[in-house]
Design a binder for this molecule. Structure first.
Ligand code: SAM
Length: 325
């Protein structure tokens, strides 16, 4: 089955990695990328897991892709559709290529002339048309509930600390770990943003946090979402975890502006990477966020697959490292 993923423009680079990892996690693959669109193929099993996605607005069952509006009209004259009442929704991505309302009416009337029943208010299915660099048409299967991420904003959780990550970004990075079933480790878990997202995705997780009061706060947050309180007080440089026992690590290093760190910063990085190498299963991903360039330090034990930059403000650019053991 092939699917169209409509990726958020907010952080498209990360959205692409999320989709690629998500497909791979369920045995699928990306066939092509267009601006804010990924075309991928996968078994239908993946459909039960669309609610894991974060930096994706919608997923549709792919009908066809083409180069021009003329070819789009032709496609609508020929494409086979399920029975039921249909509605067409078109959207320009980037530069405006067509009047979307006019196009929706025109495409709807092509279907109507073919005998389809049209309903704008109560359709049985919606055909989505994305006017990106190319044009893509599909039957809408999933819309991401973006409101859930706003409701889980760090300041709305029972335990809050400045510097906590936004849940949508955290969810996207957990997806980038490419774990279908398994254990996610956040060895500097703070308020537990990664852990909450992993738990809500039905993944197992473990958090480590140096400060008891923060570890307790993290447990309060997990309990708030009905999730197990799998957090221990400990040091990332010497973790109470068995060798080769976790399926993915995702963590946010202290930035030393709003968070504290135990020990000297160089030592924190070098000893953490040794520990990550020890506890992570082979071929699995380590994802970490930092305000420093640590390429030289990491390359001894991990391959850097992606390094993304995210400017947070004038004096702080976040580096997102996605590495493989
Ligand atoms: C940037 S914050 C993590 C924020 C977290 N992602 C969240 O959303 O709340 C880094 C956390 O690492 C913890 N930390 C600092 N040094 C540590 C160490 N050596 N071992 C374990 N945790 C440590 C800090 O107390 C802080 O809570």
């Amino acid at each position: 089955m092939s699917y169209l993923f409509f990726i958020s423009g907010e952080f498209e680079e990360l959205g692409r990695i999320e989709v690629e990892s998500f497909l791979r996690c369920f045995g699928g693959r990306v066939l092509s990328f267009d601006t804010q669109i990924a075309l991928g193929e996968c078994d239908r099993e993946i459909e039960q897991h669309f609610n894991r996605l974060a930096m994706v607005h919608e997923v549709s069952k792919h009908l066809f892709s083409c180069e021009s509006v003329e070819e789009l009209r032709k496609g609508f004259r020929e494409v086979s559709l399920p029975s039921g009442k249909v509605c067409v929704r078109a959207r320009n991505i980037g530069r405006k290529k067509a009047d979307s309302s006019k196009l929706e009416r025109e495409l709807g009337s092509i279907l109507w002339r073919r005998g389809a029943r049209i309903s704008v208010s109560k359709p049985d299915f919606i055909i989505r048309v994305y006017l990106s660099k190319r044009i893509h048409a599909g039957i809408l299967l999933h819309k991401t509930d973006k409101k859930q991420f706003l409701l889980r904003r760090p300041d709305l959780k029972p335990f809050f600390r400045p510097g906590a990550l936004l849940p949508r970004m955290a969810r996207s990075l957990v997806n980038a770990l490419c774990i279908k079933n398994g254990i996610v480790l956040d060895p500097m878990c703070g308020t537990g943003t990664f852990l909450v997202e992993a738990g809500l995705m039905n993944l197992d997780y473990l958090g480590i946090e140096a400060y008891r009061e923060i570890a307790e706060g993290c447990k309060t947050n997990l309990m708030h979402y009905g999730l197990p309180r799998n957090v221990v007080v400990g040091d990332v440089k010497n973790m109470p975890i068995e060798d080769c026992s976790v399926d993915g690590i995702t963590t946010d290093f202290p930035y030393l502006q709003s968070t504290r760190s135990l020990g000297r910063i160089e030592e924190l990085y070098t000893r953490s990477f040794d520990e990550f190498e020890r506890v992570l299963k082979p071929d699995r991903r380590l994802i970490f966020l930092t305000n420093l360039d640590v390429d030289d330090c990491i390359q001894e034990s991990f391959v850097i697959e992606y390094k993304l930059l995210q400017r947070l403000h004038k004096n702080l650019t976040r580096r997102i490292y996605i590495c493989k053991r």
